[in-house]
Design a protein around this ligand. Sequence first.
Ligand code: ARG
Ligand code: ZN
Length: 474
Amino acid sequence: MRILSVASLGFLACSAVPAAFSDDPPVAGARGIGDPYYPDLGNGGYDTLHYELVLAVDPVANHLDAVATIDAMAEVSLASFHLDLAGLEVEAILVDGAPAAFQRDGHELMIEPERALAGGSRFQVVVRYSGSPQTVPVPGIPVDGVGWMHFEDRVFTLSQPSGSMTWYPVNNHPRDKATYEFRVTVPETYVVAANGILVSNEEREDGRRTFHFRASDPMASYLATMNVAPFEVREMEGPGGLPLTFYAPIDAREGALDDFDRTPELLEVLTEWFGPYPFESCGGVIMNESFGAALETQTIPVYGGREAGIGTQVHELAHQWFGNSVSVDSWRDLWLSESFASYAGWLWREREDGSEELDARLRRQYEFLCRRGDQAPADPGAERLFGLGVYLRGPMALHALRLRIGDEPFFEVLRTFAARYRNATATTADFTSLAEEISGADLGELFEGWLYGSEIPDLPEAELSCAESDEGNG
Ligand code: ARG
Ligand code: ZN
C-alpha cells in the first residue's frame, strides 16, 4: 500500500493512472524498489496491499511450513515481477489461482505468471514454502544478522532493515506498506506474539494451537514480527481503552513483566507530545536473557531480556509515531525515525529530572560530539546507518531546532508531521519544509549544518561552540 505523500503527487499524476497502462506492452518488474543504500531491497512495478501468512512453526527443530497469500496492485503491465525471499524452499506459486513459473537468484524470487498482469489491476500471489529459516547479515548493523532468530526452543523475529525476507516472501521495503494477518500454528504449551490484535487462539485436533493475529494498520515489512515461546501474558489498558498485551518467557528473570507497569503512563505522555497514538493496539515482548537489543516492531516492540527499562521503552514507543506510522521513504532518511525516537528519550529525562539536567546533558553530549561527531544524521551511508549521527547528532539537531523556533512551534511541528504523514512515508525535505512552514523562519542554514555538514554547528542559544570547547581543551 503506497500511500502517497504530498511530495510524491507528481509521481501519482504521471504514472499511477491505471488506464494509461492497461494497453501497454507488459514489462519485467524491477528487482529493487530504488533504495540508494540497498538497491536490491523491495521490488518495482506493483504495490502490495495485504499479506496473509499461514505459518506452522516447530520451535524446537526450527522448521517452518508456510503459505503466504499476497494481494497486490500492478502499477504497470507486468510480464514478470519479483518478491524478496532469503533461503527456504519454494514449493509452488500461484498467481490469480494459476500455477506460475519462478526462478531464484540470491534473495530475488522472480515470478512469471501464465498471463501478463494488466497495469492497474489487482492480483493475488500464493507462495507455498518451507525450511529452516536463518538470519541474513547486514553490513554496518550492530548484530550478527537480522530476521528469524532461533534460540534453543523459541523463535523471535527482529527484521530491521532486511530480515523479513528470511521468513516470508515480501516487497521488502518501508516504501510499500501493507496490512497483515498471521495464522500461526505451534505445539501446545507455546504462545505466539505478533503485531496487531489477537483474533482467536484455537486448539486443533492434533493438540497444536493456531493463533490468528490481524494487523489492520499499514505496516512496513521490517516491523512485522512473529514470536514463539512459552510466554506468560499480561493484558492491560492504555489511554482511551487502548488494548495492551505484554509477553515474557515463563523462564525470564523474576518480575520481567513488571517492566511494563508504567507503559500506560508513557503512552499518555507521548500522546501529549506527539498527538494521538497511531495504532489499534500496543504492548511488548521480552525475549531471551542473552540478547542485547530492542526493536520497535509495530504495536509490539521486542526487547532483549535486559532491555525493557523505561528509557528503552520510551524510545521504542516513540517509534510508533516516528518510524512506524510516519515511515522513512528510503533508508538514508533513517534519522526521521531514530533521531526522533532518541529525542523522545531527551524529553523524558527533561520531564523526570528537570530542565537543568537536560542542559547539563546537552553540554556533555555537545562536547562529546565536538570530539567525535563528524557523522551527519541525514544520509549517513549504509555502513554507518545505525551510528552516532542518527542516535546522537540527530536528536541534538532537533534540540537546535527547538531552541531556534521555540517550544510551542517545535511541538506543533512534531504533531503536524505525525498527523500529515500518518500511515505514510516521509523524506527529510518533507520535514524541513514543514518546520519552515510552521515557524515561518528560514531554517535552511540550520538544517544544512546540523543534518549534512561535516562540522558540528554552533548552538548560540545554549552558548555552545566547538571552536570554544577546542580552545578550552587545548
Ligand atoms: N531500531 C532499533 C532501535 O530502536 C535499532 C536496532 C538496530 N539493530 C538492527 N538490527 N537494526 O534502536
Ligand atoms: Zn530506535
